[in-house]
Write a protein that binds this ligand. Structure first.
Ligand SMILES: NC(=O)c1ccc[n+]([C@@H]2O[C@H](COP(=O)([O-])OP(=O)(O)OC[C@H]3O[C@@H](n4cnc5c(N)ncnc54)[C@H](O)[C@@H]3O)[C@@H](O)[C@H]2O)c1
Length: 398
């Protein structure tokens, strides 16, 4: 294969698409990579052209990160509230802004769509963009149900394109430390794990509480990605879900009835005897605030016959990992430096990996597996039955 440096952008993106097809069909051991150190701006000869759709709350985290990436050329913004698209374009010097996806796709050419819209819109918009020949980075969930997600992945493969979905938790150095400790046998035989994430719920948009929203795809998704990333794909799931607060006051729609679960408990069987538990909800008071700054207690714990691990802070913004083993019973804290990891880095990481022709640690199949767990948890919650899963992903990650 020619060096990526010697090929045009369209040739290169075609090759990346072909790589993705082969990867998904045959699951080869593609190079697993960490983000490369920042290259000074001006030295990168292949920038990936990006369009951002959905210029609401989370775009205020994504756009500053994307605008600093030497691998990214921000081409367009889009929002059905046109002033949001216009404001974001003007703030980050982005040349084009559009009020609708049809105009975005027919407008200035770009390579990668970054989808930051309401959760319920993801499947539809991702499909439309794939059909128009765009690669996708989607905020979670990448589709509204497992079947739709599977179809999106198949569509991407057919069109020699790629689609990836948030979260980016597997990129953190704390995740890498925990995964390596488990792989090195420091915990002995891993038996059990727990993860939790919650807050008092978003106020700015009603979609979090409407059908297709809920605490599982908004919050539990991080813990599910972390625990399956550490312990392996889930074989089956049992869960209970509930609605604790039946009505919410929201900025955009006033009082709305809560239709999706705002409280969830999920039990996961990872096979080989390893069981884990995830709890999430929109009714969790946390004296340390949303980011848990200053938090000393773990939100993720993993136990084995010879040791245990505890991740301090949330998995999307961790502060360190405590490891105690039979050989070091008092234990120590490790990896207190987040390095260049940021939870909002997913789209920048994908652009960088496309530009460099490398396969990222984040896998579409992992996001799809987490989506299947969420669906299975809801089914289990309704039926009281244990639900077997079909999907899997390349594991171990690290
Ligand atoms: N807000 C956060 O801190 C945060 C953090 C991580 C992930 N997320 C995820 O990011 C996504 C967006 O969340 P948010 O908090 O930014 O919501 P938001 O309501 O603040 O923003 C969503 C934006 O998408 C726009 N939009 C909706 N449908 C559209 C369409 N069809 N075409 C174009 N624009 C459309 C809305 O007008 C709005 O401006 C969700 O999937 C959420 O789970 C949010």
């Amino acid at each position: 294969m020619k060096s990526p440096k010697s090929i045009s952008r369209s040739e290169f993106l075609n090759q990346v698409g072909a790589l993705g097809t082969v990867a998904a069909l045959t699951q080869p051991a593609l190079a697993k990579s960490r983000p490369v150190p920042d290259t000074p701006p001006g030295t990168v000869d292949r920038k990936i052209r990006l369009a951002v759709i959905g210029c609401g709350s989370v775009s205020n985290m994504y756009l500053p990160h994307l605008s600093k990436s030497p691998y990214v050329e921000l081409v367009s913004t889009c929002d059905i509230i046109p002033e949001r698209a216009q404001k974001a374009a003007s703030k980050y010097n982005i040349p084009n802004h559009y009020p609708h996806i049809d105009q975005l796709l027919a407008g200035a050419p770009f390579d990668l769509l970054v989808n930051l819209t309401n959760m319920q819109e993801h499947g539809r918009l991702n499909k439309q963009a794939l059909l128009a020949g765009k690669h996708i980075w989607s905020e979670k969930p990448m589709a509204n149900n497992y079947r739709e997600g599977r179809e999106l992945l198949e569509l991407a493969q057919k069109k020699q394109l790629r689609i990836w979905g948030a979260p980016a938790v597997v990129m953190s150095p704390q995740f890498a430390f925990m995964a390596q400790a488990i792989k090195a046998g420091k915990l002995g035989k891993v038996s059990a794990a727990h993860a939790h994430y919650g807050h008092l719920g978003p106020t700015w948009s009603a979609f979090f509480y409407e059908k297709g929203g809920g605490s599982l795809p908004d919050l539990g998704v991080y813990n599910l990605a972390t625990l399956t990333g550490l312990l392996g794909p889930a074989r089956s799931v049992m869960a209970m879900t509930s609605i604790v607060t039946p009505t919410r006051k929201t900025d955009n729609k006033g009082d709305v009835p809560v239709e999706a679960e705002d409280n969830a408990m999920v039990l996961i069987d990872h096979g080989n005897g390893t069981l884990s538990h995830v709890q999430c909800g929109f009714n969790y008071f946390d004296p340390y605030g949303h980011e848990g700054t200053g938090q000393e207690k773990p939100t993720i714990t993993v136990w084995g016959t010879q040791g245990n691990l505890a991740l301090i802070g949330y998995d999307w913004a961790p502060f360190g990992v405590d490891l105690a083993t039979a050989a070091d019973e008092k234990g120590q804290r490790y990896v207190t430096d987040p390095s260049d990891y940021r939870w909002e880095m997913g789209a920048s990481v994908i652009a960088e990996h496309i530009a460099l022709g490398k396969e990222p640690l984040i896998q579409a199949e992992h996001a799809l597996h987490v989506l299947e767990i969420i669906e299975a948890a809801r089914t289990s919650g309704q039926t009281g039955k244990r639900v077997k899963l079909q999907s899997s992903f390349r594991w171990p990650l690290v």
